[in-house]
Design a protein around this ligand. Structure first.
Ligand code: CTP
Ligand code: K
Ligand code: MG
Length: 181
């Protein structure tokens, strides 16, 4: 595969993992997952991880995966490059995994004394990638190994932090997010 084709493939494959956190920002609120509970004097997860945000984020990413699969033939013909399709298990794995990675990061942030909204450089940009890839592997192993070859994984790990910084910066400037990370 040409490099540009690998990049397009990788970004398309990760779209169902990119949407959930942004959907959660728009849809979040309500009851926190940890129910206000603390551990070691600090919140287990904090008010930033809610049931509604997690549910809507997961649903948005999964729906996107199924929608992308419908338009894959026409988009891939228009671009003149191959694109991956998503089974329900693959889409759900990516979307729920992205939310789970973000939740795991909040858990680590609270354990290291970081308040809600505090930055944790590196973790903030890759938590949801690690979660999405792990969950997709568990949910749809053969799809995963066909879709995420080594070059594709390299593109994902390099390109995602850049995209994350840009989209969160935009969300911050639009007043949708309290911090630009
Ligand atoms: N959100 C949510 N549920 C999630 C993830 C996010 O409701 N599972 C919403 C919350 O309103 C949250 C906002 O999206 O405040 C921004 O998400 P994020 O930056 O991940 O959370 P923070 O508030 O910064 O909290 P933390 O420090 O725990 O990351
Ligand atoms: K986060
Ligand atoms: Mg934040």
């Amino acid at each position: 595969m040409e490099t540009v084709d690998t990049v397009v493939w990788a970004l398309w494959a990760m779209l169902p993992a990119y949407i959930p956190n942004n959907a959660a920002v728009l849809a979040g609120g309500g009851r926190p997952i940890d129910g206000g509970r603390t551990w070691g004097g600090r919140r287990v997860l904090g008010d930033g991880k809610t049931w509604r945000g997690t549910l809507i984020g997961t649903a948005a990413g999964t729906a996107l995966a199924l929608g992308l699969t419908q338009v894959t033939p026409s988009v891939s013909a228009a671009l003149g490059t191959d694109l991956p399709t998503f089974s329900l298990r693959a889409g759900l794995g990516l979307a729920f995994g992205a939310m789970l990675g973000d939740i795991g990061a909040s858990f680590l942030k609270r354990r290291t004394g970081r308040e809600r909204g505090a930055a944790f450089p590196g973790l903030d940009q890759l938590d949801f990638v690690v979660g999405a890839l792990l969950c997709a592997f568990v949910a749809a192993p053969s799809w995963f190994t066909e879709t995420f070859t080594l070059p594709v994984l390299v593109v994902v790990v390099v390109a995602t932090p850049v995209l994350h910084i840009v989209t969160n910066g935009i969300a911050y400037l639009l007043g949708l997010k309290n911090e630009p990370w």
